[in-house]
Design a protein around this ligand. Structure first.
Ligand code: ATP
Ligand code: MG
Length: 191
């Protein structure tokens, strides 16, 4: 089992205001597989992804990725795990506005010693012609393709996507999902 979430519990707040969001979540995934998490607004989907991605410290239970447990890791170790193992794609892209497309992607490339090849990734995601543009000069779909490239260049073990098409029109959303799925196939990894 590549990803194994066992009896995961996570609350926010303290005392009277304490709210238990994840009340014992179990989830297992094999290497190379894809899963979608569906649920009503506020049910804890982003919280679950943030726990798996090491953005949140968990209260109880365990998360194991490739046999390694996140339990008991401190902020610094979680930071290293995020940097080395996780690619994150967000609904609103979160690109750095003062960097062009190339630099937004290359910043992530520097975080790892096992990046995938920049030029091949650019071609694969159809970004070669817009390398010098800044985020505010791009359409939503183009920005999301840049953020996919930024996540993939690290060659992450896990790609976590939180509503990656939520800010896109339905046709662009469909194209983006197809591209995302293709990009994650081991055979599509350009190395
Ligand atoms: N940092 C935080 N501090 C306190 N409460 C939080 C925090 N983050 C999320 N919550 C609460 O946890 C609950 C779950 O939020 P979460 O963002 O995980 O939901 P979601 O399923 O992703 O919803 P949506 O579909 O609207 O994105 C909500 O009640 C939210 O208010
Ligand atoms: Mg959410």
């Amino acid at each position: 089992m590549y990803l194994q979430v066992t009896n995961l519990k996570k609350s926010y707040g303290t005392g009277e205001g304490r709210q238990e969001i994840l009340k014992g979540v179990d989830l297992t995934m094999e290497k190379g597989s894809t899963a979608s998490i569906i649920g009503s607004s506020g049910c804890g989907k982003s919280t679950l992804l943030n726990c798996i991605g090491g953005l949140e410290v968990i209260d109880d239970g365990d998360i194991r990725v490739d046999g390694k447990s996140l339990k008991g890791l401190g902020k610094r170790e979680l930071g290293a795990y995020r940097r080395d193992s996780i690619g994150f794609i967000f609904q609103f892209f979160n690109l750095l506005p003062d960097l062009n497309v190339r630099d937004n992607i290359r910043v992530a490339e520097r975080l790892t010693d096992k990046p995938i090849e920049y030029g091949a990734l650019l071609d694969q995601l159809g970004l070669a012609g817009i390398e010098r543009k800044y985020p505010n000069q791009l359409s939503g779909g183009q920005q999301q393709r840049v953020s996919i490239a930024r996540a993939l260049i690290k060659n992450p073990q896990l790609l976590l996507c939180d509503e990656p098409t939520g800010a896109l029109d339905s046709a662009t959303a469909k194209d983006t999902l197809i591209l995302l799925e293709k990009s994650m196939l081991p055979s599509a990894r350009p190395f």
